[in-house]
Design a protein around this ligand. Structure first.
Ligand code: ADP
Length: 287
């Protein structure tokens, strides 16, 4: 990927004067390679379940008089089509995130409410793995129940300006990964913190972790540390690429810390929204 592509052209300026024009085509060439790889990856990812479906459909015909086999093949077909649907949805999410249209719909959002939504949407999955999915505020862990509510005007709350769907997709993806890549009976904690003018949303798991050699590749489209394991958990390899674009669309950054066998921490940092000017603060400012 560090290859330099130069375009060299020799031109005659006058009878005895020649010039050599050298232009650096590396950037353009890299972009071309990336686009070609992406198309190759998409077709491969789509062809795999599509091929399986047609093969299974053929086989089901041969097994027509064995109800057990018919049921088995029907189950496999439905699983493969779910995979296709998931992939198409993820590709649409990626397309949306890359087009940055999200910036246009920025609104003032409560970070606490946002995090709570991301937790609630992953609660069923976490429960099925006996994972303790908690909201961590000032070191205290709070359980968020699907039915219950964390006070939305909690004094620990912070605010950001972002497109609701976009930033929710990002936080939700991180929580989903934390649950997917954690063994049973562990804890996934989502924390909120604030710096100078920033808000940090931290997703901490006690899962399998990410090898150091993979850390700078996990945000690439279709990159998976362990493709077989990722497919098993329904992964497409697009989640973190989407997440990164979503965070960037909202003016934020994303960072990862991880150690194999210990767990991972993903941190989203976003600019903090200004405090709403109340009559009282406006008066003070005027004085
Ligand atoms: P996938 O759909 O495969 O989960 P992602 O883009 O979300 O794709 O993540 C890319 C890869 O990064 C995953 O396949 C997995 O290997 C690794 N990964 C992501 N999140 C975690 C995590 N919390 N713990 C361990 N590995 C993770």
């Amino acid at each position: 990927s560090d290859t330099l592509y130069l375009h060299v052209r020799v031109g005659q300026i006058s009878d005895d004067l020649f010039a050599i024009f050298i232009s650096d085509m590396s950037e353009q060439r890299r972009f071309e390679i990336m686009r070609r790889d992406f198309v190759t990856n998409v077709s491969h990812e789509l062809k795999t379940p599509a091929g399986a479906i047609s093969l299974l459909a053929e086989t089901i015909g041969d097994a027509a008089d064995d109800p057990g086999m018919v049921k088995y093949f029907a189950g496999r077909i439905s699983k493969e089509s779910e995979r296709l649907t998931e992939l198409v949805h993820r590709l649409i999410d990626l397309q949306k995130a890359q087009s940055a249209a999200a910036v246009l719909n920025a609104e003032r959002l409560s970070v606490l409410a946002l995090v709570r939504e991301a937790i609630v949407e992953n609660q069923v999955k976490a429960e099925s793995k006996h994972i303790n999915l908690v909201l961590s505020l000032n070191g205290k862990q709070k359980l968020v129940h699907v039915e219950g509510a964390v006070n939305a005007v909690d004094e620990d709350d912070l605010f950001i300006n972002a497109d609701h769907e976009t930033i929710k997709t990002a936080v939700k993806n991180l929580v989903e990964n934390a649950v997917n890549y954690s063994p049973e009976h562990t804890t996934v904690a989502v924390g909120i913190g604030s710096g100078d003018d920033e808000v940090a949303i931290r997703v901490v798991d006690q899962g399998i972790g990410i090898p150091e050699s993979s850390l700078d590749r996990i945000f690439e489209r279709f990159y998976r540390v362990d493709p077989a394991r990722s497919r098993e958990t329904g992964g497409t390899g697009l989640g973190l690429a989407i997440t990164k674009h979503c965070v960037q669309d909202c003016g934020g950054t994303i960072a990862v810390w991880s150690r194999e066998g210990e767990g991972s921490t993903f941190t989203i940092t976003l600019p903090q929204a200004q405090a709403v000017e109340t009559a009282e603060t406006a008066e003070t400012a005027g004085n």
